[in-house]
Design a protein. Structure first.
Length: 517
């Protein structure tokens, strides 16, 4: 990947980021879109990914930043309410009573310090202050669905305290770093989020949070250990998400911790509400297996690859089957959810499930179709009939998963009257758009192509809006407009029975039509 910034005259760049051109999963998949489009005489688009690396990898913090004052207790508790409703069920990394006690203590310190928090605050309070800053940032972002000066100042203040946080390697330091990583991921700064959650995991390991509690332990320590367990699995699950999305190494290999992955919850009722956390952590374990076993090793032949794909696909299906009905991913969208239910949380689980399905089966998309079918027939004796059938239907399964992600993304945006949630981000919707584009470019004259183009246009407009709200480079965001133009143009020409090589002659017309949409 190109440097994140131009070199100074007579010098060299201070840093070169992401030199591995294939490390970002969506970018790697997008390169195959360029291959299909190139066969039709269209120029490549994937080089524009380099324009997004500055936002993705960097987070500038002003020098000598003052600690911004905390708002009133009432306002802070409203941010806590928002976090607890929308995010805590997936990442229960703190106890609310402890957090409210920290808020009260820091407000008292602020009230006794006319010149600002720096006058009275001590080093041991800085991790708690960082937690409160980042929860305020997330609360503001959740309500406004866009970056603001207020949320930015809190996020920058939290980040500016990161050296103090790591310099005080205690439980609240791990909590603060995890929440900071969540906020960065919610603003599409996944590279930074990966760095920060890695720090959180190392601190957690230094505190022994990765260790299983002895069965003989009783009393208050066991109660504290429940928080330790939740915090460890919160760090684990966020890193596995980033590992799969970004193609980066993991800090939590299976041999590095002796905790047992939580079981998939199987019961849900009015008296026993859905356990999103256990469902999410068990799914995150599968995401980690996909990265470790499918994308971090070389296979000697296609038979080994197919066996690994089938094993991971089966693990994902087993995860889905064990869930209570209220938590199971629904391909038809969010219509099954009643108003007032946790639609963000359900959508998060569903989108992670469907994107994992695409990631496992994506070889069926990127390899030439006839060659892929022939290779399956060649290796069929080593595969069960059900597994072979799943592989043969790989493109259709990926397309169905992409449609489910796109529909749920748009449906949720309509329901919430907003376009963003910190836990949802834009990665899954972007992946869905790329898979939809694959389907249209491979079979532009099919009966479903027109519907997929409509869905592609809507979901890319949504993702485009997301990135622009969070300050992404406009040159990078231009990828989505070009993707719409190319796919729409190819489908229109194919539906009229004309050669798609006529694209160059109607480029201006197609561009205008896409802009009108």
């Amino acid at each position: 990947m190109a440097p994140s910034q131009e070199p100074a005259p007579g010098g060299t760049p201070d840093a070169v980021v992401n030199t591995d051109d294939t490390s970002y999963r969506v970018k790697c998949l997008f390169a195959f879109i360029d291959l299909h489009a190139g066969a039709k005489g269209l120029p490549p688009v994937s080089p524009q990914f380099r324009h997004g690396m500055r936002h993705y990898e960097e987070f500038p913090v002003p020098l000598g930043r003052e600690l911004p004052p905390l708002p009133s207790r009432q306002i802070l508790l409203s941010y806590v309410d928002t976090f607890v409703t929308n995010i805590w069920p997936l990442f229960p990394a703190f106890d609310r009573a402890d957090l409210e006690a920290d808020i009260q203590r820091l407000l008292e310190i602020q009230e006794a310090a006319p010149s600002g928090l720096k006058e009275k605050i001590t080093a041991k309070d800085l991790p708690s202050l960082a937690m409160i800053y980042v929860i305020a940032c997330i609360g503001i972002d959740e309500k406004a669905s866009r970056v603001s000066d207020e949320s930015t100042q809190y996020l920058q203040a939290c980040y500016s305290l990161s050296a103090h946080i790591t310099g005080m390697p205690y439980l609240k330091s791990v909590q603060a770093l995890l929440l900071l990583a969540l906020a960065l991921h919610g603003q599409a700064r996944d590279g930074q989020a990966w760095y920060v959650v890695g720090q959180a995991i190392r601190l957690a390991q230094s505190l022994g949070l990765h260790k299983r509690l002895p069965a003989s332990t009783k009393g208050g320590y066991r109660a504290n250990h429940d928080l330790h367990r939740r915090l460890w699995w919160s760090c684990f699950s966020l890193e596995k998400l980033l590992q799969l999305e970004c193609g980066r190494p993991s800090s939590t290999y299976r041999g590095d911790f002796d905790r047992t992955l939580p079981a998939v919850p199987s019961v849900s009722s009015a008296d026993n509400p859905p356990d999103y956390f256990m469902a999410w952590v068990s799914l995150a374990g599968i995401l980690g297996r996909i990265s470790d076993r499918l994308y971090s090793r070389n296979f000697s032949n296609s038979g080994e690859l197919f066996l690994e794909i089938c094993a991971l696909d089966q693990a994902l299906l087993d995860w889905d089957r064990r869930l209570p009905e209220s938590l199971r991913p629904q391909s038809e969208g969010l219509a099954y959810l009643e108003e007032g239910s946790h639609s963000v949380l359900a959508s998060f689980l569903a989108q992670q499930y469907f994107s994992a399905q695409i990631t496992i089966l994506r070889s069926s998309l990127i390899f030439p179709h006839q060659s892929f079918l022939a290779e399956i027939q060649k290796r069929s004796s080593a595969l069960s009939p059900a597994s072979a059938s799943r592989l043969l239907r790989g493109p259709a399964l990926c397309a169905g998963a992409a449609r489910a992600i796109a529909v749920q993304t748009l449906q949720l945006a309509d329901r919430r009257r907003s376009t963003h949630s910190t836990v949802l981000g834009a990665g899954q919707a972007f992946l869905a758009a790329v898979v939809l584009a694959f389907g249209v470019l491979r079979e532009p004259a099919s009966r479903l192509a027109r519907a997929d183009v409509e869905l592609l246009c809507s979901v890319t407009e949504h993702v485009e809006e997301f990135y622009l709200q969070w300050g992404q480079d406009e040159a990078f965001v231009g990828i989505f407009g070009q993707l719409r133009e190319r796919v729409f143009g190819v489908q229109v020409l194919a539906s009229r029975g004309r050669s798609v090589t006529a694209w160059r002659r109607v480029l201006i017309t197609v561009t205008v039509l896409c802009q009108c949409r």
